[in-house]
Design a protein around this ligand. Structure first.
Ligand code: PLP
Length: 394
């Protein structure tokens, strides 16, 4: 079984490139250009130098001693929270801006939910001296204010989007509208493994540095280059794609993904699109998404802005349908509990998104020898308001 994208960007029944005619040439040019650029020696050198000296890679693979005792396994945390700008998003933004430069683009746009992708892209734009416009739902502008301030300091223009739920889906719609108006000079840096082909595959390749490092680090630490379990949270799917990329066809490795259960998958207040979604087309890709019978998007809900999206990228839809990945919904309350648990047991404050996969640990049964690698996709600085509110309740 091959779980990678085919030449047209399909992962089984999911993926492809469903785009308005006005973007056809732009997307086609990118499709022709991205693989030769990524595979070129110049790109590889520049990208890996930046990852090492600017991002601070390789990110540590940390043996979590007290958490291991607590869960009865050998738990290693892949510390993407220690990257420059605080999450895995910077790997992708730096890779895409190098591709944009190579293609002669002069202007960058992006969408953002929690603001992590906006900050990563604004950072890459400051570094490369490129003008940057970031679309962000007005609700998210309010609940993720520190990241809005960082983007502005970095020189980006942040556009609050007032349509729909005023969250990530609406910001993405607005970014696509901008792209349609400026297809020639503008490069759209998408922040996850979503959107039309070649984005899901391009983003997965750029993030695959995560699992390349896990292989080396496991070999050093446990004497074999594969774990028994790989665990990651899923919004659009990029940190999970990076974590599992080099293990997709290795059936010795169990893959566990956590999506945002919200208040519970049966409550109508959820973002668990793999489990309750149906097949449809959103933002250029055939995926599982939350929609009504006549195809209108159902507004998602999650405590975490980074997972508050009504669909999931095509790679993960296929992994779910093919039963290659076990997908668990983790609810808001379980997430908060997990965030506090990691903080008190290991002294690591995780992002709310990352706390969703930590919240999956109590739902699994491990053997004492199991090697479990769990990706902590980001740090919790941006979520301190939510955590402090919880402390007041306790
Ligand atoms: C954006 C974000 C996510 C969700 O996005 P994916 O593409 O699914 O990885 C998860 N964790 C953090 C910290 C994020 O910033």
């Amino acid at each position: 079984m091959n779980y990678q994208a085919d030449a047209d960007g399909f992962y089984g029944n999911f993926g492809g490139a469903y785009i308005p005619e006005i973007l056809y040439k732009t997307v086609e040019n990118l499709k022709q250009a991205y693989l030769p650029i990524i595979e070129s020696k110049e790109f590889q050198e520049e990208f890996h130098t930046l990852l090492r000296d600017y991002v601070g890679r390789p990110s540590p693979l940390y043996y979590a001693h007290r958490m291991s005792q607590h869960y009865g396994c050998r738990l290693y945390l892949k510390r993407e929270d220690l990257n420059h700008t605080g999450a895995h998003k910077i790997n992708n933004s730096l890779g895409q801006i190098l591709i944009a430069k190579q293609m002669g683009k002069t202007r960058i746009i992006a969408e953002t939910g929690a603001g992590q992708h906006g900050v990563a892209t604004a950072t890459a734009c400051a570094l490369m001296n490129m003008p940057c416009t970031v679309y962000m739902g007005a609700t998210d502008v309010e609940r993720q204010r520190p990241n809005v301030e960082r983007m502005r300091m970095l020189g980006a223009t942040v556009v609050p989007v007032q349509s729909g739920n005023k969250t990530l889906k609406d910001a993405t719609n607005e970014a696509i509208r901008d792209w349609c108006c400026h297809p020639a000079d503008t490069f759209y840096i998408i922040g996850s493994t979503v959107g039309p082909h070649p984005y899901p595959d391009m983003v997965a390749r750029l993030q695959s540095v995560i699992s390349a490092e896990i292989k080396q680090q496991l070999l050093e630490k446990v004497g074999r280059d594969y774990p028994d379990y790989l665990m990651a949270c899923v919004g659009g799917g990029s940190n999970a794609a990076g974590t599992i990329y080099h293990y997709l066809d290795d059936e010795r490795v169990k893959i566990v993904l956590a999506e945002a259960g919200g208040l519970g998958i049966d409550t109508g207040k959820t973002a668990a699109s793999l489990q309750i979604g149906t097949t449809g087309i959103l933002h250029g890709s055939r995926i599982k998404l939350m929609q009504t019978d006549d195809g209108q998007i159902v507004e998602p809900y999650s405590i975490s802005a980074g997972l508050d999206y009504p669909g999931t990228g095509p790679m993960h839809c296929n992994l779910y349908e093919a039963h290659r990945a076990q997908v668990l919904a983790v609810n808001d309350d379980e997430t908060l509990q997990a965030a506090f648990e990691l903080t008190r047991l290991e002294g690591i404050i995780p992002a709310l998104e990352s706390a969703h996969i930590l919240g999956a640990l109590p739902k699994l049964k491990f053997k004492p020898d199991d090697v479990v690698v769990l990706t902590v996709s980001g740090r919790g600085d941006k979520d301190m308001g939510t955590y402090l509110n919880q402390l007041k309740i306790e």
